[in-house]
Design a protein around this ligand. Structure first.
Ligand code: ADP
Ligand code: MG
Length: 243
C-alpha cells in the first residue's frame, strides 16, 4: 500500500524534527560510514556536528535529505519514516528542508535575484508573491543591494549569503549546512554563523557540520561529535565544547 504522508500528520505534533534510530550506512561491504547511530534533534534547536574528515558527518546529512538510504535502522523527520518515502514523494519531502553546502552551488548564469527566486519557482509558488518573498529573504541576509549581481561578481561570503537566502525562502522547518564556512575567511565565517543563529532565532531548526573548533567553542550550542561512524559525545547539556 502507498505510504500516506498526510495520514501521518497527527503524529508530527510532538515528534522531534530529526530522529535517528540505530542507523547504519555502508557504501561498500564491511566499510560502515555510520554504525548504529541514534540521536534526536528537537524543534528550534541549533546543533553542531563535528568530527574528523571521514567520520560520517556528510553521510548523516545525506540520510536526512534522502540522497541516500540507511541499510539498517530508521530516520524519522517530523515523525515520518523517510526510508519509506517513495521516489515520487522525495522531491516534495525535500521542499521542507533548506540545505547549504561548502561550495555554495549557485547557478552561475542567474543573478542573485533569480538564484533565490528559482527555489520558489521549483515549488510553484504563486508568481505574484515571488518578488516580495525574494526581497525579504535578501534583506535577511543583507544583500538587498546585490540583486542584479551574478555569482562571479560576489565574494565567497556574499555567495554563501545568497545560498542561505535560497535555502530559507521556502520557509523550511529545517536548515542543514554541511561545512558552510569551509571556503570562507574568519570574518565571513562569523557573518554566516551569525546569520544561521538569526535563522534559528526565527524558529528554524539548524544543523551545522563544521571543523571550526574556535567558532564552535565560542557559540555555546549543542555539539554532536562523530568518530569513525559513531557519535562519541553529545553535549546536549553543558559542555558545548569541541576538543
Ligand atoms: P565526513 O563528512 O565526516 O568527512 P563522510 O560521511 O563523507 O564523512 O564519509 C564517511 C565515510 O564514508 C568515509 O570513509 C568515506 O570515504 C565514505 N564514503 C562517503 N561517501 C562515499 C561514497 N559515495 N562511496 C563510497 N564511500 C563513501
Ligand atoms: Mg563531509
Amino acid at each position: 500500500m502507498a505510504y500516506d504522508v498526510e495520514k501521518d500528520a497527527g503524529r508530527k505534533i510532538d515528534a522531534p524534527v530529526i530522529m535517528f534510530e540505530n542507523v547504519s550506512k555502508s557504501y561498500q561491504k564491511n566499510m560502515p560510514a555510520l554504525k548504529n547511530v541514534s540521536f534526536e534533534i528537537r524543534k528550534g534547536e541549533f546543533v553542531f556536528i563535528v568530527g574528523a574528515s571521514g567520520s560520517g558527518k556528510s553521510t548523516l546529512i545525506k540520510l536526512i535529505t534522502r540522497e541516500i538510504k540507511a541499510n539498517k535502522g530508521k530516520v524519522f523527520i517530523n515523525g515520518r519514516d523517510i526510508g519509506r518515502l517513495f521516489r515520487g514523494k522525495i522531491a516534495r519531502y525535500r521542499r521542507g528542508i533548506g540545505v547549504v553546502f561548502q561550495d555554495f552551488r549557485l547557478l552561475p548564469d542567474l543573478n542573485v535575484y533569480e538564484n533565490v527566486a528559482f527555489a520558489q519557482r521549483v515549488i510553484e509558488a504563486p508568481a505574484k508573491e515571488i518578488p516580495n518573498r525574494v526581497a525579504k529573504a535578501l534583506a535577511i541576509v543583507g544583500l538587498s543591494d546585490k540583486q542584479k549581481s551574478f555569482p562571479d561578481q560576489l565574494s565567497g561570503g556574499e555567495q554563501q549569503r545568497v545560498a542561505v537566502a535560497r535555502a530559507l525562502i521556502n520557509n523550511p522547518t529545517l536548515l542543514l549546512a554541511d561545512e558552510p564556512t569551509g571556503n570562507l575567511d574568519p570574518s565571513n565565517t562569523r557573518e554566516i554563523m551569525k546569520l544561521l543563529e538569526e535563522v534559528n532565532r526565527r524558529g528554524t531548526t539548524v544543523v551545522v557540520v563544521t571543523h571550526n573548533r574556535e567558532m564552535v567553542n565560542s557559540m555555546q550550542k549543542r555539539v554532536i561529535k562523530m568518530d569513525r561512524g559513531q557519535i562519541v559525545s553529545d553535549a546536549s547539556k553543558g559542555g558545548y565544547r569541541y576538543v
